[in-house]
Design a protein around this ligand. Structure first.
Ligand SMILES: [Zn+2]
Length: 593
């Protein structure tokens, strides 16, 4: 038995959240004696899982901040669930009593059980929409992409849009020269064609697509973005940052309602196949939020979705965005256990590869004297965060460069004068270049960070940074040792959402593109147990759900994963090969391999 959630002989004390079924009842005689006796009554569980080794992650975020990382691990464990919640956790024998006539029993002998994984920063709806497109993620040949496009064009009626996603010239083995308009026109003369880079900050378009959006060689450069040109002044089809990208996406014919719902089903299946049962979905527009609502109503949502309301120049000026914020009458927390509003999101700078990240301590390694700039000024981001804070919104800010990080933290400090930021849990997304002088501020304000170890290890950005910057890249271990909550995430569709791969990179800090370690010392790495905490309890912090998910405890949602081998206690290379066997959401199996 494990202290803290032991099942008592009456079954009552251990079930504080289990409601009426938890009380001991009087019942009629046993063995014909004819007199009432005090007896024990156990509610009949909907689901009982027997004999797994349970990694409970029964630890609080406050304890994590204080440096604690241990929690009960139960050999030959048992979990009982009823009405979507966990009603008992203990040994296999302990949960035996909850098995009734209608209980589904899973024998998990030889398996391990973890909480369902939580993803604290990705783009679920967008990924689902991309799953309707050509997928070039991980394709290492430029020619293979051109061949796939030719094939697609041959089977697509003239005039119909063709879209591909995920290309990354840095991993092409035949040539790293990006594919620009003239080459795309040869492949697709009669279809608008757009190819989104894996960073999601760059698009390559052909002439038909450029015509549809109305871009010509004389179009003025949009503020905060860039329309690319060849040396001869003609458009090269390359578009950089949202300011240039969004008009292009807006020119596409909209998805039908059924396509919207399909996209949520597709991403749901994909997340469940990686053991993910809850995610924060960033950068949503109203249409996408409506699609979620419809999917929820039609019971087609298979993960708990936390939606971020996006405040971006694509929706108008800074003043327009401030007004949108004020006009939205619901705030963080609005919704239910399957679908609710998370925070406001602002992308404060871009990405390093496009020189759109905002640096301050050091200039760009490849552009002497150039530092980049934030998308909103200090005054603007202060005003947005303060207004959101006043209204009761949580705030998450995309920061890659250190200038951007400092500005975001300054805005949080300003907001803290209005209302304690600690309560709302404002946070930084990416936090690629952590600096020591920022940590006391973050600790004081309770500002957490959503990290993406897979992204950092697979992007191949090392040559773009100074060596001392590379050594800092998103150091999860330093967050643990400095009292800052670090949540696990992927930024999918940029990279795979697979939490086990993310854990692998957080533990090893290996740069997949160079084979080198990203850290100066071991202190920036995490232990396997800390890695598990990142994708469970810590990630749940960002949606204010750490009191009901991210651990297998009585009263929590019955969201769990089963695995055939104990990768957490095994060789670290096991993280790369282990696959989820079963994913359970609210006591129901949503994925089985
Ligand atoms: Zn993102």
């Amino acid at each position: 038995m494990i202290h803290g959630f032991t099942i008592t002989p009456t079954g009552a004390a251990a079930l504080p959240h289990a409601g009426k079924g938890a009380l001991p009842l009087f019942r009629d005689s046993i063995e014909g004696k004819g007199e009432p006796v005090m007896s024990t009554w156990y509610p009949e569980a909907d689901l009982v899982i027997q004999h797994p080794k349970i990694y409970t992650v029964a630890i609080t975020c406050d304890e994590v901040k204080e440096g604690k990382t241990d929690f009960p691990i139960i050999e030959d464990g048992g979990v009982a669930a009823k009405d979507g919640k966990v009603i008992a956790v203990g040994t296999a024998t302990d949960v035996q009593q909850f098995i009734g006539e209608h209980t589904e029993v899973i024998d998990a002998s030889g398996k391990i059980l973890t909480p369902g994984f939580v993803e604290c920063h990705m783009h679920c709806k967008w990924t689902g929409e991309q799953m309707l497109n050509l997928d070039f993620n991980g394709v290492t040949s430029r020619q293979a992409i051109l061949d796939a496009l030719k094939e697609k064009v041959a089977s697509t009626p003239a005039g119909e849009w063709i879209e591909g996603d995920g290309w990354n010239e840095l991993i092409w083995e035949d040539s790293q020269e990006v594919i620009t308009r003239r080459e795309l026109d040869e492949v697709a003369p009669d279809n608008p064609l757009i190819l989104l880079h894996m960073s999601a900050h760059t698009v390559a378009a052909n002439s038909r697509a450029l015509e549809e959006v109305g871009y010509t060689k004389d179009t003025p450069q949009p503020e905060g973005g860039e329309i690319g040109h060849y040396d001869d002044g003609e458009l090269d089809g390359m578009l950089y940052e949202n300011a240039a990208l969004m008009p292009m996406f807006a020119a596409k014919p909209p998805l039908t309602e059924e396509q919207h719902l399909q996209s949520l089903e597709l991403i749901g299946q994909r997340l469940n196949s990686f053991g993910i049962t809850s995610a924060i979905d960033a950068n949503l527009n109203y249409k996408q939020m409506r699609a979620y609502n419809e999917a929820r109503k039609q019971n087609r949502l298979t993960y708990r979705a936390n939606l971020m309301f996006y405040l971006d120049p694509q929706f108008g000026s800074f003043e327009d965005n401030l007004r949108r914020l004020e006009e939205m009458d619901c705030v963080t927390g609005f919704g239910d256990e399957m679908l609710k509003l998370n925070g406001c999101k602002v992308t404060l700078d871009g990405i390093t590869a496009a020189f759109t990240a905002a640096m301050s301590r050091r200039e760009y390694r490849q552009r002497p004297g150039f530092y980049g700039d934030t998308i909103y000024t200090q005054e603007e981001i202060d005003a947005l965060v303060c207004k959101a804070t006043e209204l009761g919104w949580q705030f998450g800010i995309h920061t890659i460069g250190d200038a951007s990080e400092d500005r975001a933290l300054h805005a949080f400090q300003e907001a803290n004068k209005i209302r304690p930021v600690k309560e709302l849990r404002h946070y930084l997304i990416h936090y690629q270049l952590p600096y020591e002088d920022q940590w006391p501020i973050m600790k004081e304000l309770g500002v957490g960070v959503c990290l993406q170890p897979t992204l950092v290890s697979q992007m191949g950005e090392e040559p773009l940074f100074w060596p001392e910057q590379v050594e800092r890249f998103q150091s999860p271990g330093l967050m643990f040792s400095n009292g800052i909550i670090a949540g696990g995430s992927s930024d999918c569709p940029v990279v795979t959402p697979d939490p086990l791969l993310g854990m692998y990179y957080a533990i090893t800090r290996v740069d997949e593109t160079t084979g080198k370690t990203l850290s100066k010392g071991d202190e920036s790495k995490v232990t396997p147990i800390q890695a598990l905490i990142m994708w469970t309890k810590n990630a749940a912090f960002f949606s204010h759900d750490d009191d009901k998910m991210g651990s297998v405890e009585v009263g929590n949602f019955a969201d769990m994963c089963l695995f055939d081998n104990d990768f957490i206690a095994g060789n670290v290379e096991d993280y790369r090969t282990t696959k989820v066997a079963t994913t359970i959401l609210g006591g129901e199996v949503v994925y089985e391999r």
